[in-house]
Ligand binder design. Structure first.
Ligand code: VY7
Length: 167
């Protein structure tokens, strides 16, 4: 099973501020949905809490939430005590066969713990300057950019590009 990480960041690497994403980019949300639909998604408990109630759980995907709190439970979510445990859960066969890929969808603490298991990174770079408190990991020399759709302009006016790293 391939393990992918998917995030959107500013050029400085900011992914969040006060448990929210400090910009609006509908094209990136569409990319996120198209990429993750049908695959299990792994997220931290803070990211789960940050999802709007109307999209919680994210529809059409197994939602696996990482928390150290053994008593935590939420409708539509499965709990795991660690990222490794979440990836084990995600690998279990769902219908006939196991999933081709699992996507780790955040946040910062979970990306850092999951990076060692990952073979794919989908990184949306947003040309915006915002103050943040949560940062993306920096891909090291083991990663190469294997897809780059180039800079685009959102209908919101923000410039962004979506790149894929593999190793
Ligand atoms: C998370 C939402 C947040 C706020 C409002 C709506 C990349 C993104 C994430 C996470 C963007 C989100 C949503 C969007 C997805 C819809 C449901 C509504 C769906 C990430 N590159 N971008 N993110 N939803 N991890 N990586 O917007 O969700 O998928 O069904």
């Amino acid at each position: 099973m391939n393990v992918g990480l998917i995030w959107a960041q500013t050029l400085d690497g900011v992914i969040g501020a006060d448990n929210t994403i400090p910009w609006r980019l509908p094209e990136d949300m569409a990319h996120f949905k198209a990429t993750t639909l049908g695959c299990p998604v792994v997220m931290g408990r803070r990211t789960w809490d940050a999802l709007p109630q109307r999209v919680r759980p994210l529809p059409g995907r197994r939602n696996i939430v990482v928390t150290r709190d053994a008593r935590w439970a939420a409708e539509g979510a499965e709990r795991a005590g660690s990222v490794a445990g979440a990836l084990d859960l995600a690998a279990e066969p769902w219908e006939q066969t196991g999933p081709a890929a699992v996507w780790v969808i955040g946040g910062g603490e979970i990306y850092r713990a999951a990076l060692e298991y990952a073979t794919t990174l989908s990184v949306t770079e947003v040309d915006v300057a915002v103050d943040g408190d949560t940062y993306a990991p920096t891909p090291d020399g083991t990663w190469t950019v294997t897809e780059d759709r180039g800079w685009q302009t959102s209908r919101t006016g923000l410039r962004y590009r979506i790149r894929t790293y593999t190793r």
